[in-house]
Design a protein around this ligand. Structure first.
Ligand code: IPM
Ligand code: MG
Length: 367
């Protein structure tokens, strides 16, 4: 059998720096665990725009459709702020999500014990926190038509459309219920059924799907209350299922509970391919961080933990994913930290590469 294939799209800003550390981890798995991957690389975002005038070349899109999993770094940066909307770096990312039909975006917010002090919340509210946000990723207001800026009378009007079909709500809900079954069997669905018809439909469909998962305790919450509850008492949640826009916002909020955006991975999954693996893309939740680009300061953990999610969700290597997550946790517990995780004045941060080396050393020690 041939090796599973990975397409690396490191992208912009700190993307290439953190992805370089992931490449070292991939090599480690080949050398030490006999898990070999066929790795190819290509451009996305501003890097693709600079080379091709588009944020994602058609050939790259075609490659992404062929591989077993895509690993993405980050897109965007100030150099691209004034570009036409249609060629902004973010459009490359959205095209990948849409054309690969990656409808279930898994964003775990897990608070490592060693980092509980970094949370903006009191330690006791977040220690042991482990929630999973499932964000619908291919529909809703990000993609709904009509959209645009139009003339109306003597002024302009900006229009976006929140649109959800029953099947779009349902398939994401099934992913969320399946995850809940493997976790603590609690699912909270968030929408705005008090003001939006799409929210009413959302609540209906999720309730209908729940009949197939009688063991899962389902609750519904308005998304604004959800935001409040996330910062009031986040440990009440296990799995949260919500739409594309609310999920974008709520996942940033949940991420910060854990101390640093530099720690959080994500998986975007679609329907199973012929080989049984889901269409998949893995990316850190953090962005391109132009303020620290090129300085060797970035925390590679989120990107490395995204590869751990790939091991788990694409390659059925749950134990190896556990190993990698434990290695990251051990490094943090030992006090090895990048600049985003400095506790006191005078603490010395390690570089991106040193953090990668420490994680590899912890992997070696796990054998
Ligand atoms: C995210 C990001 C993206 C989004 C941007 C970069 C298009 O914020 O993945 O959360 O809005 O989905
Ligand atoms: Mg976001």
């Amino acid at each position: 059998m041939s090796n599973p294939s990975l397409l690396i799209l490191a992208g912009d800003g700190i993307g290439p720096e953190v992805m370089a550390q992931v490449q070292r981890i991939i090599t480690w798995y080949g050398d030490k665990r006999g898990l070999n991957f066929d790795v190819s690389e290509d451009l996305v975002g501003g890097a693709a725009y600079d080379a091709h005038g588009v944020p994602l070349h058609d050939d790259t899109m075609a490659k992404a459709q062929e591989v077993d999993a895509v690993l993405l770094g980050a897109v965007g940066g100030p150099a691209y702020d004034d570009l036409d909307f249609s060629v902004k770096p973010e459009r490359g990312l959205l095209r990948l999500r849409k054309e690969m039909d990656l409808y279930a975006n898994l964003r775990p917010a897990q608070c490592f014990d060693a980092l509980a002090d970094f949370s903006s919340l009191k330690t006791e509210l977040v220690s042991g926190l482990d929630i999973m946000i499932v964000r619908e990723l291919t529909a809703g207001v990000y993609f709904g038509e009509p959209r645009g800026i139009f003339e109306e009378g003597n002024e302009r009007v900006g229009i976006n459309t929140q649109r959800y079909t029953e099947s779009e709500i349902e398939r994401g809900a099934r992913s969320a219920f399946e995850l809940a079954m493997r976790r603590n069997k609690k699912l909270c669905s968030m929408e705005k059924a008090n003001v939006m018809e799409s929210g009413i439909l959302w609540r209906d469909v999720v309730t209908e799907v729940s009949k197939d998962y009688p063991e899962v305790e389902l609750s519904h919450m308005y998304a604004d209350n959800g935001a409040m509850q996330l910062v009031r008492a986040p440990k009440q949640f296990d799995v949260i299922y919500t739409d594309n826009l609310f999920g974008d916002i709520l996942s940033d909020c949940a991420a910060m509970l854990t101390g640093s955006l530099g720690m959080l991975p994500s998986a975007s999954l679609g329907a199973p391919m012929e080989n049984g693996r889901p269409k998949a893309m893995y990316e850190p939740v953090h962005g391109s961080a132009p303020d620290i680009t090129g300085q060797g300061k970035a925390n590679p953990s989120a990107c490395i933990l995204s590869f751990a999610m790939a091991l788990r969700y694409s390659f059925d290597q749950g134990e190896e994913a556990d190993r990698l997550e434990a290695a990251v946790e051990k490094v943090l517990a030992d006090g090895t930290r990048t600049a985003d995780l400095m506790q006191a004045e005078g603490d010395t941060p390690v570089s991106t590469e040193e953090m990668g080396s420490a994680i590899i050393a912890a992997l070696d020690a796990s054998l």
